[in-house]
Ligand binder design. Structure first.
Ligand SMILES: N[C@@H](CCC(=O)N[C@@H](CS)C(=O)NCC(=O)O)C(=O)O
Length: 221
């Protein structure tokens, strides 16, 4: 039986993008259930699917997994050959640390610059706290590229060389820094360009553009 991934609006759902882009890029087959998280029907559906009332949720037969990081850990165990996390133990530990930092942090940037795949590139001045988050993220990416990504063989343009769960965790931030035209280092820009060039990124973007649901509050930012 195919895996089933329950996701929210592709225009705005940052957490849904994470397992979706990882599974799509890694060619892990799944069926998708897409929910409009902003209307009553969608909210009721989310409560049916998840004890937290939030997406993403992954089903593998009778097994249900919620929380994006837990989903990725499950995929790592279920598909050990797919390179969900880096093979090298030091790289893997580092990747998990920065993925956790993303999962629990950067509230200021997340609030000030919501993920928006239907927004044109338009400059938004950052608050001091959001700018500090963006600077920390730039440092995380630059350090990972220098310590692991640039040394990886075969070569790869991602944080640890090949695209892994840590890249999936930061994919929504790539959208934010891009569409709000935040100034980043050359290393960060090259990394963002590599992520935005993935066919899986283009597929998500196209789906988002086709979506009828719009969030006027987010679109006005
Ligand atoms: N910690 C959760 C966060 C999930 C989350 O906040 N999802 C948002 C969509 S991006 C959601 O379901 N929002 C709907 C709501 O809060 O009503 C994870 O990692 O999966």
């Amino acid at each position: 039986m195919a895996l089933q991934l329950v996701t929210g609006n592709k225009a705005y759902s940052s957490w849904s993008l994470r397992p979706w882009i990882l599974m799509t890029h890694k060619h892990i087959p799944f069926e998708e259930t897409l929910i409009n998280i902003y209307d009553g029907k969608g909210k009721r559906a989310m409560r049916r699917h998840s004890p937290t009332g939030k997406v993403p949720v992954l089903y593998d037969g009778q097994l249900r997994i919620w929380e994006s990081l837990a989903i990725m850990e499950y995929l790592h165990e279920r598909y050990p050959a797919k390179g969900i996390w880096p093979k090298n133990a030091a790289a893997r530990a580092h990747a998990r640390a920065i993925a956790n930092e993303m999962h629990s942090g950067f509230q200021a940037l997340r609030q000030h610059c919501p993920t928006n795949f239907v927004r044109d590139v338009r400059k938004r001045e950052l608050t001091e706290a959001a700018a500090a988050d963006a600077a920390r993220i730039d440092a995380i990416w630059s350090e990972a590229r220098k310590a692991f990504g640039e040394k990886a063989r075969p070569k790869g343009a991602f944080l640890f060389g090949d695209f892994c769960a840590a890249d999936a965790m930061y994919a929504p931030v790539v959208n934010r820094l891009h569409v709000y035209d935040v100034k980043v280092s050359k290393t960060a820009r090259a990394y963002m360009d590599a992520l935005r060039a993935l066919p899986a990124w283009a597929a998500w973007h196209e789906d988002a553009a086709r979506e009828k649901w719009r969030n006027a509050t987010y679109d006005a930012i």
